[in-house]
Design a binder for this molecule. Structure first.
Ligand SMILES: Cc1ncc(COP(=O)(O)O)c(C=O)c1O
Length: 429
């Protein structure tokens, strides 16, 4: 089918919720996508941070093919041979923290990367619930927190999230999302504030004031992304994350970390981004990179918090089915096999320093292969279009911010090729 025909059908039969780029991608391999005419695109978006171990990764393809040919779906009413194994693997990844003598912090341009991947096992016991999308994983976390609040915190039911955050598009996760523009047509302030309150990013004092004063006795959890992704790639400071952990411990409320975008080595040397601050949350949500683009997500809670949701409290028809689990098992296995713990961070640091030297780039933020370039003018969407024409896929989170989320197999040579073209585009502005 021609691109023209695909566009016609899209415009006629799909809800027009997305502005799509005018290309018809039909094949992918490693870091590269190809359109119907065979034109190659070096991809720095990875399906919005999902294709973690590369397009058509042979181990993942074989796992899905074999599983599809045997048995794909039976529902959560039956055991399956993969669900427990994947959850055990998540337990190991969620417990991976830096060794006690390791340097904490994000992988930035000045960072000394030596010693960063000495790890220790935090030894917590994580239980997972499998879902199909990041928003669903967050729904599970929110329900868990509210039940915990009802049973253990005298009915506390409010979740505090951060301004500029993004947690999904369902009604609850949209209410948790700290972007009023996205909520405007769907939630009025009163409805939102009945379940979620927001505080400025990085401001512990504002949080303390809210939890201990304005909403005293009513808060059951704090929920955040360690690096805000959709909001424009904003890493929290290590001190803030450690302060949050301490604050939640003192208040007896849950710390929920949304690792939907940051998880699975996206932020560099550790499986989860919170490890950069040496902290362990109570509840973690995951999706995107977990199964290389196959729809799969999880909400995990540790120790006694993993016991909060019981029979009948939550469910999903598809969540954790054999096909999704085969994709997740193969993807997580590839992360070890490819040595992502050692490889992502140096390439990310290289990408950040290359970006910092380009015309019109006023700041570079991020960690690992989750990088944002702040521009000094509102041209990011135009830059994305010109790069696409030249065979490079990038993304803009706003008019002034370019975002880079390549597959985690990205090399310095891939970065060089993209940076050279980006320099040409930016210089011509
Ligand atoms: C941090 C974060 N949480 C949740 C979501 C929602 O995930 P999904 O689109 O899979 O529902 C996203 C999606 O971009 C995200 O970046």
């Amino acid at each position: 089918m021609s691109l023209q025909e695909a566009r016609r059908l899209d415009q006629r039969y799909l809800m027009q919720t997305y502005k799509r780029a005018p290309v018809d991608l039909v094949r992918g391999e490693g870091m590269t996508l190809y359109d119907a005419e065979g034109k190659a695109y070096l991809d720095f978006l990875a399906g919005i941070g999902c294709v973690s171990v590369g397009y058509s990764n042979p181990a993942v393809v074989t796992a899905i093919q074999d599983q599809a040919a045997r048995l794909g779906h039976t529902s959560n009413l039956f055991h399956n041979e993969l669900r427990g194994e994947v959850a055990e693997c998540l337990n190991r990844m969620l417990n991976t923290l830096p060794a006690e003598d390791a340097v904490l912090g994000w992988d930035d341009r000045e960072a000394d990367l030596s010693g960063r991947v000495k790890t220790q096992d935090a030894g917590a016991h994580w239980r997972s619930f499998f879902a199909n999308s990041g928003a669903e994983a967050n729904e599970c976390a929110i329900k868990l927190a509210r039940k915990y609040g009802k049973e253990q915190l005298g009915g506390a039911h409010l979740v505090v999230s951060l301004k500029r955050s993004f947690h999904g598009r369902t009604l609850a996760t949209l209410a948790a999302t700290g972007q009023p523009a996205l909520q405007a047509d769907f939630l009025d302030e009163q409805e939102r504030d009945a379940a979620f309150l927001s505080v400025p990013f990085g401001d512990l004092e504002a949080l303390e004031q809210l939890v201990c004063d304005r909403a005293r006795g009513n808060v059951c959890a704090v929920m955040l992304e360690c690096i805000q992704g959709e909001g424009g790639v904003w890493p929290s400071s290590v001190a803030y994350l450690q302060g949050l952990r301490e604050f939640c411990d003192v208040q007896g409320i849950l710390l929920i970390i949304d690792e939907v975008q940051t998880g699975f080595y996206r932020s560099g040397s550790y499986p989860m981004s919170y490890a950069h601050a040496g902290i362990l949350p109570d509840v973690v949500t995951m999706a995107k990179g977990i199964a290389n683009g196959f729809p799969c997500a999880a909400c995990a809670a540790r120790d006694r918090f993993g016991e909060v949701l019981q029979g009948g409290d939550h469910g999903s028809t598809f969540g954790g089915n054999l096909l999704a689990m085969s994709a997740a098992r193969a993807t997580l296995g590839q992360m070890q096999e490819l040595g992502l713990a050692l490889k992502v961070s140096p390439v990310g640091v290289y990408l950040q320093s290359g970006l910092a030297q380009l015309a019109h780039v006023s700041a570079v933020r991020g960690s690992g292969l989750m990088v944002g370039a702040q521009l000094d003018c509102e041209v990011a969407p135009a830059v994305v279009s010109r790069m696409l024409e030249a065979g490079f896929i990038l993304n803009a989170t706003s008019a002034e911010v370019l975002r880079f989320l390549p597959p985690l197999i990205c090399t310095r040579e891939n970065c060089d090729a993209m940076l050279a073209q980006l320099q040409t585009v930016l210089e011509k502005l």
